[in-house]
Design a protein around this ligand. Structure first.
Ligand SMILES: Nc1ncnc2c1ncn2[C@@H]1O[C@H](COP(=O)(O)OP(=O)(O)O)[C@@H](O)[C@H]1O
Ligand SMILES: [Mg+2]
Length: 146
């Protein structure tokens, strides 16, 4: 898909999230400024999250509440895989009431995600972005309960 504005990127995110049932893990791929956080904002708005959705670059993880719980990760500044274990993600990943969004999923060596969807964004002009959504098998990243 081609988006010609941040608003259109949010609209595409809203249409995408309408297809989710909860439990999905969504990787947001793309360079700095590609629109990953904009996409996350549109997704959260569509879920009825109130309050600002900001890039969790400094917090690493933000948790929002709407129709689903949204766990928004930004791994850009993460230094080591060990820091991920401190986030307590086991509680969230694949939980049926939770949609997990991961910006910079490949930032940390030694951490491999198993996203159910990969949204790839890339700038094709200052105001235009291509957005590709790859649908996976719905698998969760961490096996639970066994
Ligand atoms: N079509 C578009 N979709 C999304 N963002 C756009 C678009 N056109 C321009 N932009 C701008 O690009 C920037 C995207 O920033 P952001 O969503 O924070 O990117 P990322 O999280 O990938 O670093 C914003 O400043 C936004 O206004
Ligand atoms: Mg961002």
């Amino acid at each position: 898909m081609i988006s010609s504005s941040p608003e259109q990127t949010k609209q595409i995110a809203a249409e995408f999230v309408a297809t989710l049932r909860g439990g999905e893990v969504v990787a947001l791929d793309g360079e700095l400024g590609a629109g990953k956080t904009t996409f996350a904002q549109g997704l959260c708005e569509a879920l009825g999250v109130t309050g600002p959705v900001t890039s969790p670059t400094f917090a690493i993880m933000n948790v929002y509440h709407g129709k689903f719980r949204v766990v928004h990760l930004d791994l850009y500044r993460l230094k080591s895989a060990c820091e991920i274990t401190a986030l307590g993600l086991e509680e969230y990943l694949g939980a049926p009431d939770t949609v997990t969004l991961i910006e910079w999923p490949r930032a940390v060596d030694g951490v491999q995600w198993n996203p159910s969807h990969v949204v790839s964004l890339s700038a094709i002009s200052p105001g235009e972005r291509s957005i590709n959504i790859a649908y996976g098998n719905g698998g969760t990243s961490i096996s639970r309960g066994n």
